[in-house]
Write a protein that binds this ligand. Structure first.
Ligand code: UDP
Length: 404
C-alpha cells in the first residue's frame, strides 16, 4: 500500500523532549518505519520549519516530505492553524502529480484539517489519530489552554467526516463518544514501543548509590512533576531524576527547583534536561522505578518504554496508562494529583525487592508481547486495507466548514 502520514508540527526528524516535540514525533517515526519494513511505501508530510530543509529526506525506509506552509521557521503548534489550507493544497498537488496514496493517516487535529482539504481536491480515504483532545486539555487547563478557540468544534466535525478515527486507548473512546464521534467509525489500535531499542539488557547510565526514581517528559505542568517532588519526602533515601526540557532556560524548571528546596528534597531531585532519543534506553535501565504522574495523558509512551526496559511503573490512573500498566502486575496505579498516595506507593515498591522484580519481568513481557511496533503496524495495515476498499462518506455542509 501507499500510505501518506500527515504530522504537521511533529516531524520524525525533530529532537525530542523540547516544547512541542514528544510522543507524536516518536509515534509517527516508529509507525512509518514499521510499515515500511512490512513492504509499504510511506511518506510523512510535515511542515517546513527551516529554510534549509530539503523537500524530501529519506529516513528508515520511508520519506519525510517538508511542506511549505507558512514561514519556514519554528512556530508554536498553536499558531499553525492559518497555514493548514496551504498545507492541504500543496499535498493534493503532490498526490495529483503522481504519488497518490491509498490512504492518508492524519496525526493531530490540525493535520486532520489539512488532510481533509487535500482529499477534497484529490479523493483519498482519510484516517485520523487525535493524539490529544481539546476537550480534555480545556477541562484540565481552563483559561491557561493556548489552543485555538475553535479547536473543539473542529475536532467534533473531523470525527464526523473522516473515514476512520484511530483511537489509542479505552479512555479516548469515552471522550470521543462524548464528543459525538460514532463508535462505528473508531478503530482501537494502541501506540507501540521499539522493543529492539527498549529492552532490559544493555548499558545503563551510572547510578549514585541511591535508589533511582526516574520520570520523563516535557517540563509542563500537566506531567505532574510537582506532585512527584511533593511525594519525595515520603520516599527517604531515594533520588528523583527528571529527564526532559531545558532546565537552564525554562522558568518552570526554576519552579520545580524551588519546590524541591521547600519540600526539603533539593539534594535528591535532579533535573537532567532533554536527552537524545537514542540515549533513553540507558536512562530507563538505570532506574529502579519509573514514576509517571500526569494529570491526564492521551497515551503516554514513556511508561511503555520503561516497561520494555524491564522497569516497573508507578503511574497515575489516567488515559493510556490505565491500559498499558496492569495494576498490581506490571506496576501500581494511583490517583492523579495525590502526592501522598504516590509517595506511599513508591516507598512500598522500593522497599519490596520481590514485588519490584516480579513487576519488572511482567512489564517487559507485556510491552514486548502486546505493544511491539511490528504488531501495531500489522493491526493498522489491516485497518488501512479495509478503509481503502471503502467509498468516501458523503460530504456534508459541516465538512465544508471544516476546511473553510
Ligand atoms: N523523550 C526523549 N528525550 C527526552 C524526553 C522524552 O527522547 O529528553 C521521548 C520519550 O522517550 C518518548 C517521548 O519523548 O518517546 C515522550 O512521549 P510521551 O507520550 O511520554 O509524552 P508527550 O511528550 O507526547 O506528551
Amino acid at each position: 500500500m501507499r500510505i501518506a502520514m500527515i504530522s504537521e508540527h511533529a516531524s520524525p526528524l525533530a529532537a525530542l523532549g523540547g516544547a512541542d516535540a514528544g510522543g507524536q514525533n516518536a509515534h509517527v517515526a516508529e509507525l512509518s518505519a514499521a510499515l515500511a519494513a512490512q513492504g509499504h511505501e510511506v511518506r510523512v508530510y510535515t511542515r517546513r520549519d527551516h529554510a534549509d530543509l530539503p523537500t524530501v529526506v529519506p529516513l528508515g525506509g520511508y520519506h519525510v516530505v517538508h511542506v511549505p506552509a507558512g514561514p519556514p521557521v519554528t512556530l508554536p503548534k498553536d499558531e499553525l492553524l492559518p497555514y493548514m489550507g496551504a498545507f492541504g493544497e500543496w499535498m493534493a498537488a503532490d498526490w495529483r502529480d503522481g504519488w497518490r496514496p491509498d490512504v492518508a493517516h492524519a496525526h493531530f487535529w490540525m493535520s486532520g484539517l489539512a488532510t481533509v482539504t487535500a482529499s477534497r481536491a484529490c479523493p483519498v480515504p482519510v484516517l485520523l489519530t487525535y493524539h490529544a483532545l481539546g476537550s480534555v486539555k480545556r477541562r484540565h487547563q481552563g483559561a491557561a489552554d493556548p489552543s485555538p478557540r475553535r479547536r473543539i468544534p473542529y475536532e467534533r466535525q473531523l470525527g464526523a467526516v473522516v473515514d476512520r478515527v484511530v483511537v489509542q486507548c479505552q479512555d479516548e473512546i469515552r471522550e470521543l463518544l462524548a464528543l459525538g464521534v460514532p463508535r462505528t467509525s473508531m478503530a482501537l489500535v494502541p501506540s507501540g514501543v521499539n522493543t529492539e531499542r527498549f529492552r532490559p539488557d544493555g548499558p545503563a547510565v551510572p547510578g549514585t548509590g541511591r535508589p533511582r526514581i526516574l520520570s520523563v517528559g516535557r517540563l509542563v505542568e500537566r506531567k505532574g512533576f510537582e506532585d512527584l517532588i511533593r511525594a519525595m519526602p515520603a520516599v527517604p533515601g531515594a533520588e528523583c531524576v527528571i529527564v526532559g526540557g531545558q532546565p537552564d532556560d525554562e522558568p518552570y524548571a526554576r519552579r520545580l527547583h524551588d519546590l524541591a528546596e521547600r519540600c526539603g528534597v533539593g539534594d535528591r531531585v535532579h533535573l537532567a534536561g532533554a536527552v537524545p532519543a537514542a540515549d533513553m534506553p540507558r536512562w530507563y535501565r538505570s532506574a529502579d522505578v519509573l514514576a509517571a504522574a500526569p494529570w491526564y495523558e492521551p497515551f503516554g509512551l514513556t511508561p511503555l518504554e520503561a516497561m520494555a526496559c524491564g522497569v516497573p511503573v508507578v503511574g497515575t490512573a489516567v488515559g493510556g496508562l490505565v491500559d498499558t500498566v496492569v495494576d498490581g502486575v506490571t506496576g501500581d496505579l494511583v490517583p492523579p494529583r495525590d502526592p501522598r498516595t504516590l509517595g506511599r506507593t513508591l516507598r512500598r515498591l522500593l522497599t519490596d525487592d520481590v514485588r519490584r522484580y516480579s513487576y519488572a519481568a511482567a512489564a517487559a513481557d507485556r510491552a514486548g508481547h502486546s505493544y511491539s511496533w511490528r504488531r501495531v503496524a500489522t493491526q493498522l495495515a489491516a485497518v488501512y486495507a479495509a478503509v481503502a476498499g471503502l467509498t468516501r462518506a458523503a460530504e456534508t455542509d459541516d465538512a465544508r466548514e471544516v476546511v473553510a
